[in-house]
Design a protein around this ligand. Structure first.
Ligand SMILES: NC(=O)c1ccc[n+]([C@@H]2O[C@H](COP(=O)([O-])OP(=O)(O)OC[C@H]3O[C@@H](n4cnc5c(N)ncnc54)[C@H](O)[C@@H]3O)[C@@H](O)[C@H]2O)c1
Length: 346
């Protein structure tokens, strides 16, 4: 197989990046898009010149000429029905995180993909950033010895926090720290999480809702390594969808520190003051290149289909991440640590 036909359901922020990446790829014969917002549909059609467009996502699932579907719609509850229908129709699926809203749904989707021998993966884009891949390399190749403790602290703007919390009640752990949990659980494989403790804090968003501003999680792995992951969504508006992240990996023979706060590029204008371009989690197009992980991640999925290669993010890994953040939310509610596995891990 040299090329495939692919459909993108939901062409907002992330779906728009993916549709544009696919439209430019030599692996894509036909791009099809489904979008319910008419203005956005018109924009994406002008950007990508798709073979077909519709406001009915089911049209893409019914189209026998389409081999793969990207599910990038919101709210997050759409992921399960759309992914299920696409897998049942025999299509390979890339779904944005979260894989689904419950573990039972995730299990059903994973079983469906396995039974139909389909590629199925989840959008944990941070694994495709070179500096994150480097952390994985340092840990896997023991370049600093055995890991003792790993920390990832991430904060995004309140603009993004409002967007995310406006469409679902999922916690900072489920919606934001999920990326960094996935990342550290991947780096630390084959270790497994055995205990989770979490706390939330809320002073800004809680003035008008029950939404916390920030959530910390501490996870203990089965060899004693500890993980600390924090996620917050109330930073001032430094740049549209700005995200800052700090990583510390302390090992028996060394330590690795990664500054992913994007302060290395500053644009200072009279109108806006200091801004940090190219600092959102998925990244953004800059002339002829793409600054960020999402374009490469999207094409990786297509290559997995065309060359019959394994996908980078296995759906069972996304399921484990969900198991951990569900336990974190439970821990925050109860005020005590939760032991894992709570149910049979895959
Ligand atoms: N990997 C990352 O770095 C990353 C970053 C941001 C968001 N995400 C995830 O990506 C997903 C999309 O987030 P977003 O910020 O792009 O959202 P968005 O709101 O910008 O875009 C979603 C789009 O889906 C469309 N849509 C909704 N229902 C639809 C339907 N039934 N049929 C067709 N289109 C429909 C909406 O009109 C909208 O244009 C979310 O699940 C989010 O968790 C991932």
């Amino acid at each position: 197989m040299d090329s495939i036909n692919i459909g993108v359901i939901g062409t907002g922020w992330t779906g728009g990046i993916r549709a544009n990446a696919l439209a430019k790829s030599p692996y894509i014969e036909e791009l099809h898009v489904a979008e319910i917002n008419p203005e956005r549909l018109a924009e994406i059609k002008a950007e990508t010149n798709p073979a077909s467009s519709t406001d009915q996502w089911e049209d893409l699932v019914k189209n026998d000429e389409i081999q793969a579907i990207v599910v990038s719609a919101t709210p997050e509850a759409t992921h399960y029905p759309m992914t299920k229908a696409a897998l049942e129709a025999g299509k390979h699926v890339f779904v944005e995180k979260p894989i689904s809203t419950t573990l039972e749904e995730a299990d059903e989707l994973i079983a469906l993909a396995e039974a139909n021998n389909l590629k199925f993966t989840v959008g944990y884009s941070q694994r495709f950033k070179p500096r994150f891949a480097y952390v994985n390399k340092v840990i896997k190749e023991k370049l600093a010895g055995e890991p003792v403790t790993c920390l990832v602290s991430r904060n995004v703007t309140r603009e993004l926090g409002k967007k995310i919390t406006g469409r679902s009640k999922l916690s900072p752990a489920a919606m934001e720290a999920t990326h960094d949990l996935d990342f550290l659980l991947w780096c630390l494989q084959p270790r497994k999480p055995v205990k989770v403790y979490s706390q939330t804090s809320g002073k800004l968003f809680r003035q008008n809702s029950e939404t916390p501003d920030h959530q910390w999680m501490m996870v203990t792995m089965d060899d004693g390594t500890t993980i600390t992951v924090g996620a917050g969504w109330i930073l001032p508006l430094g740049y549209p969808n700005y995200s800052q992240c700090w990583i510390e990996v302390v090992c028996t023979d060394g330590a690795l520190t990664i500054d992913d706060t994007h302060k290395e590029v500053q644009l200072n204008t009279a109108e806006h003051g200091i801004r940090y371009p190219m600092s959102s989690m998925p990244g953004e197009p800059v002339d002829h290149v793409f600054a960020g992980p999402m374009q490469e991640e999207t094409i990786h999925f297509v290559e997995a289909i065309v060359y019959d290669r394994p996908v980078m993010v296995k759906p069972a890994e996304a399921r484990l991440v969900m198991d951990v953040y569900v336990a974190a939310d439970m821990s925050d509610e109860l005020g005590e640590p939760i032991t894992l596995p709570r149910n049979d891990p895959r």
